[in-house]
Design a protein around this ligand. Structure first.
Ligand SMILES: *Cc1c(COP(=O)(O)O)cnc(C)c1O
Length: 476
C-alpha cells in the first residue's frame, strides 16, 4: 500500500492503494454509522456533490472577485438559510469550513464587538459543544459554564441569567445539543441576554437543517428577535460533502468583527471572512449542488423520515431490558444509557462487532455515560436491523457484566496531575491503559470498553491529556 514517492505511480496503482486505505475506514453510506457521517440515501444527489467538489476543487475562495462563482453560490445558500431560519432582510452570512469554524467566528465577532471589555467572558450551558471551549481557548474569552437541568438536560434560563455579567460578550444556546439532542429554551435565554445588551448565538449546527420541518411550537432561531447569530452545518443534515457550515448574523455590523484585513506586508492586501485564507471552492460548490438537487421539499421529507426513525427507535429502546433513553429527543439525535447490569462501552463494542457505529459519551458533570446516535434518512430503512443489533448487543453486554477497572488503576487515574507528566510518563500511562503498540507507538484496540471505562473515571483534564498523547503518537 505504500507507494514509492521518487517515481510516478500509475493511476491503477494509486486507485488500488486508495481502495486499500479506505478498507479500514468506517462506511460513510448505508445508514449504519450513527455519528461522523450523514447519509440522505439519495445516490443522485451524492453524485452531483462529488462532481461539483471535483470541478471546483482548485478554485480559491481567497479572492471572491477572482472567482465570482463562489460569491454567488455563497449568497444563494445564505439566502436560503436566512429564509429557513427566519432571518430579517438585514441578515448576512458566511460559508465556513464547518461547525467549529462557525462557532469560532461567532465568538470572535462577539469579542471584537465589545472593545470596551478587557476580560471578555461568555455564558453557556454545560452541554454546549466543545467547539465553544475551543473558541474561548483560542480567542481568550473565559467561559462561564452553567449546569443544565439534570432531568431535562436543557439550559436553565434563571441560572444563565445569574451568570451574565458586565464582561459577558456572548451567550450561547444549542438547538439541539449534540450530547442529548434537546433544544435549549432559546427565547427565554435570548430575551434576558438582549435585555442586558449581550449577543446570543444559537448553535444549530446539527439541528438547523432538520428542526425547520418538525413543526416546533416554540421559536428557536432568528425568529427570536434577541438571537443575534446562528450556525447551521450543511455537511450534517443538508447531506453535503464535508467542509461547509453557514454562520448567519442578524445584521452586517454584528458580523464585522470576524472579517479581517491586513495591508501590513508587501504582498496583496489579505482580506478574509473566515479563518482560512486560501480555501477550496469545492465544498461550497458541492453544497450548492446538493441543496438544489434535494430541494427544500426534499429536505422536508428527509427530516420527517429521520425524525420518525428517531421516535421509533426511542419507543422500541424502552422494550430492551437494561437500556433506556436519557431524555425524549427534540430532533434526530438520541442519548441512550444502560442500567447497572451492563455498561455503554461494552454495548458500543458489541454494536461495532455487528457493523454499527454508536458513539460512547463519557460521564460529565454528574451525568452518566451514554451512547450517542445521530439518525439519518438512510438509517430509517434499517430500524429493524438496528433494534436487533441493539438488543443482541445489550444481551451480550449483560452476560459479560459491567466492565471492571482495576481498582489500583482507578485510584491512580483519579490522583494523577496531568500537568506534572512528561512524555515518558505518558508512554508508561498509555501502556497501562492498554493503548501501547510498543516502541512508543500507540495501537487502538478493536474493543475499547476497558480503555473507555478507565477514561470515564478519569477527571476530564486527565482524559484530555491522555487522548492528546494518543493523537500525538498516532501522527508522529
Ligand atoms: C457537529 C457540531 C459542532 C461542530 O461542528 P464540526 O462541523 O464538527 O466542526 C458544533 N455544534 C454542534 C451542536 C454540533 O453538532
Amino acid at each position: 500500500m505504500t507507494l514509492d514517492p521518487t517515481t510516478a505511480s500509475t493511476p491503477d496503482e494509486i486507485r488500488a492503494a486508495l481502495a486499500t486505505l479506505r478498507a479500514d475506514d468506517l462506511p460513510t453510506h448505508g445508514g449504519r454509522t450513527l455519528s461522523y457521517v450523514y447519509d440522505s440515501g439519495i445516490a443522485e444527489a451524492d453524485a452531483l456533490g462529488r462532481e461539483a467538489l471535483a470541478a471546483f476543487g482548485a478554485t480559491n475562495g481567497l479572492d471572491p472577485t477572482a472567482f465570482p462563482s463562489l460569491a454567488r453560490m455563497e449568497s444563494d445558500l445564505v439566502g436560503i438559510a436566512r429564509d429557513l431560519l427566519h432571518g430579517p432582510p438585514t441578515t448576512v452570512g458566511t460559508a465556513t469550513s464547518g461547525g467549529t469554524e462557525s462557532l469560532l467566528l461567532a465568538v470572535l465577532a462577539a469579542r471584537e464587538g465589545r472593545p470596551d471589555v478587557t476580560a471578555p467572558r461568555l455564558v453557556a450551558p454545560s452541554t454546549v459543544h466543545a467547539a465553544v471551549h475551543k473558541a474561548g481557548h483560542l480567542f481568550g474569552v473565559a467561559i462561564d459554564l452553567v449546569p443544565v437541568d439534570p432531568v431535562t438536560c436543557r439550559a436553565d434560563p434563571a441560572a444563565m441569567a445569574v451568570a451574565m455579567t458586565e464582561d459577558t460578550v456572548l451567550v450561547v444556546v444549542s438547538a439541539p445539543s449534540y450530547a442529548h439532542g434537546v433544544v435549549d429554551p432559546v427565547a427565554e435565554v435570548a430575551t434576558e441576554a438582549g435585555r442586558r445588551g449581550i449577543r446570543c448565538h444559537v448553535d444549530a449546527c446539527i439541528g438547523g437543517w432538520v428542526l425547520p420541518w418538525l413543526g416546533r411550537d416554540e421559536p428557536w432561531d432568528l425568529a427570536v428577535p434577541e438571537v443575534t447569530s446562528i450556525s447551521v452545518d450543511l455537511h450534517k443534515y443538508a447531506y453535503t460533502p464535508k467542509g461547509i457550515s453557514l454562520l448567519l448574523h442578524r445584521d452586517p455590523w454584528l458580523r464585522r468583527g470576524h472579517l479581517y484585513a491586513s495591508a501590513a506586508w508587501p504582498g496583496y492586501t489579505m482580506l478574509n471572512s473566515t479563518i482560512q485564507s486560501t480555501k477550496s471552492g469545492g465544498p461550497l460548490a458541492a453544497a450548492w449542488s446538493v441543496v438544489h438537487a434535494i430541494g427544500l421539499d426534499g429536505y422536508a421529507r428527509l427530516a420527517r423520515t429521520a425524525r420518525e426513525a428517531t421516535l421509533d427507535v426511542a419507543r422500541r429502546v424502552e422494550g430492551v431490558e437494561g437500556l433506556e433513553v436519557v431524555v425524549a429527543p427534540d430532533s434526530t439525535l438520541l442519548a441512550l444509557a444502560t442500567d447497572e447490569t451492563c455498561d455503554v462501552f461494552t454495548v458500543a463494542d458489541e454494536m461495532g462487532e455487528r457493523g454499527w457505529l454508536v458513539q460512547p459519551q463519557m460521564s460529565f458533570a454528574g451525568q452518566r455515560p451514554t451512547l450517542h446516535l445521530s439518525l439519518c434518512a438512510a438509517t430509517a430503512e434499517r430500524v429493524d436491523e438496528l433494534m436487533d443489533a441493539l438488543a443482541a448487543s445489550v444481551t451480550a453486554a449483560r452476560s459479560a457484566g459491567p466492565v471492571q477497572v482495576d481498582p489500583q488503576l482507578a485510584a491512580a487515574a483519579t490522583a494523577i496531575d496531568p500537568s506534572a507528566l512528561d512524555d515518558a510518563a505518558f508512554d508508561g500511562l498509555l501502556t497501562v491503559a492498554g493503548l501501547s503498540g510498543g516502541d512508543g507507538a500507540v495501537e487502538v484496540p478493536r474493543r475499547m470498553a476497558e480503555v473507555n471505562a478507565l477514561l470515564d473515571i478519569a477527571p476530564p483534564a486527565l482524559r484530555e491529556a491522555l487522548l492528546l498523547a494518543v493523537l500525538d503518537r498516532l501522527t508522529r
